[in-house]
Design a protein around this ligand. Structure first.
Ligand SMILES: [Zn+2]
Length: 456
């Protein structure tokens, strides 16, 4: 009798232990992007899972072993148009949970577990690559809301002449996004939100400039892998890529902006720098599915080094980097007074001059405050915009409107007694065009200054 009671108690204890060790789904996040939707399940410990798709209607079924299905699953309001619903279904057995993702159309799934990275714990990531999406016509925001000077009709009507007066295309890359928050400030500011806000301000400035057009590598809060970003820029035939980030350090003191261009150092030093940098920016940790799943970071690195021979792009990047620094030092302190070299994956487009701008240290409490201030972000965007304009006024890319106007223009050296309005009158151009052609912010000209006179 005593023996029997004891054995029953033992079984009871074992059951309780298994129950306590059971994995939990603590939360659900969804990050829709133009060509991919990422669903993230927050787990209390590392998930063990299997999955299979079903048709009619399209579903993805995920079985999580040793997991409780007690926590409710609910979608956020901005969940995109691919995922209809996420719910539980009858599990295979009592110890497991079955999650069903209802889809509005077929999508190819890729699932992987992620280990804890601040601010998140264990996660199961479900990437759904949409196929035949009704709204998949654009992979960037630019094509969906292109400025008036690039409307469909004008592109069609321009025909061959459009090759001679095309827009200068600037690809803007807002660092991080979605499940990858980037660095996090002491007050809880996410780098990904700061970078996107500055990118959008820069986009508006560029699209407001005659002869320039912006494209965005991401236009919302979703993850784009570091090597896909230059690819997007290349696909859209960008003349320049500006990647925007905010720095972070383990101590609160470091502050100031810096500009990075592609490095020419030897491969072994590169590896160290690259790993250090990617760790700091958590782009790998942020979850590039392809990097994590194929583990061939050598290939990734090889691609990075491959880009190093592109002298022209690099010289351009350096020149532009200097101009960005000149402009930035008027609106923020600088961490480095010259462009720094590194081999970020995002800088490796072989044919596109590329720079990476660190707008400040989000780990510095004062700079975090500044970065949270809209006016400050506006100034940073303006600095990048002015630098890009100054650069392209000097060397407009072939085939652009700016190149055409430059070839058509004359110059005038300002003499004593001459004013902007006098010169405008003499050359029969209006003052605002004269100012725009010379990138002048005021009406003041100085003796000896060489002005570009646009043709009327
Ligand atoms: Zn970053």
């Amino acid at each position: 009798m005593v023996r029997k009671i004891l054995s029953v108690m033992c079984i009871w204890v074992v059951v309780q232990t298994v129950h306590a060790a059971q994995n939990q789904i603590d939360g659900l996040r969804i990050w829709p992007s133009p060509d991919n939707t990422r669903i993230v399940l927050d787990m209390s410990s590392a998930p063990e899972f299997t999955y299979f798709p079903l048709k009619n209607p399209h579903r993805l079924v995920i079985d999580l072993s040793n997991t409780s299905d007690s926590k409710a699953l609910s979608l956020q309001s901005e969940s995109g148009d691919l995922v209809r619903k996420v719910r539980y279904s009858t599990p295979k057995n009592k110890q497991s949970a079955r999650v069903v993702i209802e889809l509005n159309r077929g999508a190819s799934p890729s699932l992987f577990a992620m280990t804890p990275t601040k601010p998140y714990g264990h996660r199961l990531v479900i990437d759904l690559k949409g196929s035949g999406a009704p709204a998949a016509s654009s992979s960037t925001s630019a094509s969906s809301k292109s400025p008036s000077n690039a409307s469909t009709s004008s592109v069609v009507m321009d025909g061959s002449s459009s090759h001679r007066n095309r827009d200068i295309i600037v690809a803007i890359d807002a660092g991080h996004g979605g499940e990858d928050p980037g660095s996090i400030g002491p007050a809880g500011t996410y780098e990904k939100h700061i970078t996107l806000s500055i990118a959008k301000k820069l986009e508006a400035m560029i699209n407001g400039e005659r002869g320039m057009r912006a494209i965005m590598t991401r236009s919302g809060d979703y993850y784009v892998s570091p090597n896909k970003r230059p690819e997007l820029a290349r696909k859209q035939k960008a003349d320049l890529l500006i990647s925007i980030h905010a720095d972070a350090f383990s101590q609160p003191q470091p502050k100031g902006g810096s500009v990075w261009v592609l490095s020419m150092r030897r491969a072994d030093t590169e590896l160290g720098r690259w790993l250090e940098k990617s760790e700091r920016h958590s782009e790998l940790l942020g979850g590039a599915a392809e990097v994590i799943s194929d583990k061939s970071s050598e290939r990734y690195l090889a691609e990075t080094i491959l880009g190093l021979s592109m002298d022209h792009s690099m010289a351009t990047s350096h020149d532009l980097g200097n101009k960005v620094i000149e402009e930035m030092k008027q609106v923020t302190s600088l961490h480095k007074r010259a462009p720094q070299a590194a081999s970020f994956a995002v800088l490796t487009a072989p044919d596109i001059p590329s720079i990476l701008v660190e707008v400040g240290f989000i780990s510095n409490p004062q700079e975090e405050k500044n970065l949270n201030w809209g006016k400050h972000r506006e100034k940073l965007a303006k600095a990048m915009f002015t630098a890009a304009k100054r650069y392209f006024k000097q060397v407009p890319p072939d085939g652009t409107l700016w190149a055409l106007e430059r070839a058509d223009s004359r110059t005038h050296t300002v003499r004593s007694g001459e004013s902007l309005s006098l010169l405008a009158q003499r050359y029969n151009v209006n003052v605002s065009r004269l100012k725009a052609a010379n990138n002048l912010n005021s009406d003041v000209v100085r003796i000896g200054q060489v002005l570009t006179i646009p043709r009327t």
